[in-house]
Design a protein around this ligand. Sequence first.
Ligand code: AMP
Ligand code: GLY
Length: 424
Amino acid sequence: MNILIIGSGGRESAFAYKLAQSPKLDKLFIAPGNAGTGQYGENVPLKVTDFKGIGEFVLANDIQMVVVGPEEPLVKGIHDYFLADEQLKGIAVIGPQQEGAQLEGSKDFSKEFMIRHQVPTAAFRSFDKTNLEEGLAYLDTQKLPIVLKADGLAQGKGVLILDSYEEAKAELKAMISDAKFGEASNVVVVEEFLKGIELSVFVLTDGKDHKVLPSAKDYKRIGEGDTGLNTGGMGSVSPVPFADQTFLDKVEERIIKPTVDGLKKDNIPYKGFIFIGLMNVEGEPYVIEYNVRMGDPETESVLLRIESDLVDLLEGVAQGNLADRSYTVSPKTAATVMLVSGGYPGSYEQGKVISNIENVKESIVFHAGTKLVNGEVQTAGGRVIAVTALEEDLFSALQQATADAGRIFFQGKYFRTDIGFDLI
Ligand code: AMP
Ligand code: GLY
């Protein structure tokens, strides 16, 4: 079959790498892709939200499946667009429709969903301009620190953790009255702070059954020892050593099953990935957030551990018979180290020549923010390249990925040398 991947980051590079291995694949396209995805298929210069352009391309190229990487096209309704079109409605789209995408697109929706289906999560209340005064008074009744979350998509920046009541009140006002995060903070969720260790669990579902994909831990801060500003993710490891079978069984029973069943009960069709951000609070799992896509750079680690044919699994999602598809996971450990542009997550320069990628022999190099200019690979974003190693144990995987991260060069290159070492 012919498949189109939507997106251009390290996550989409990992999808391209994995889908390209399938005997069921004929032609692979990536829209828009990057300098690395061209080795697995054909890059197509289309924006991820250009639904009309994507639809026309799909028909012109006999594409049978569209795998949506990022959340934006899902929240904006790419799947609904396909279903509403006579010629496109038969094409498999991997990723939920707009309604299901609200699990990520609206924090308030996702919190209400969790409460309705008894999924453990931090206590919360939502406020908007109609009850701002009540919200300010509510803050005084809460324990510090206080978590404020913009309801809508805010490019990963909409969560504030505040250590004083004054700051919390000022920020709640700024979010609701001064549109600190634009429309995304018209509604703000005020949440109890959960103290624990974070990890992510990924689920693939056809809306009836599901497969639990490998768990992963993401390193969000820019600095060594988890310090400094938040980023999109500086590295990841899979599996997560502290997520033992007892813990994962709790996640399955208390979180994954009620989530998939809850979607069914609410009559929300859902074909795609669910990314569950979890806090392990003294051995008990709580949901911090749902995302309706895979994580980046978690996907790079997670997909390397899936031994089964991903096209076959996604076909199961599309056809509603995922339960019948074979699914096996490697017991090995995957580690990913992200190379970023100097200055990221603040401002940074682009267009730096990247060299020595060919010197990496043991790890997989997944391009993220890269572009080809006159045959030369250049930087074109904050997160530039993900280097992923799959080895027998965590230490070997970390050592390999970190060593290989050092082998690639571009001006201003930065990466963390401590990814995963806290887990050893
Ligand atoms: P989110 O955008 O919901 O993933 O939140 C961003 C980050 O804020 C998470 O990855 C956590 O580190 C942190 N966070 C969010 N909610 C909570 C909470 N209730 N308690 C503690 N930390 C939180
Ligand atoms: N790595 C976190 C995310 O993809 O949202």
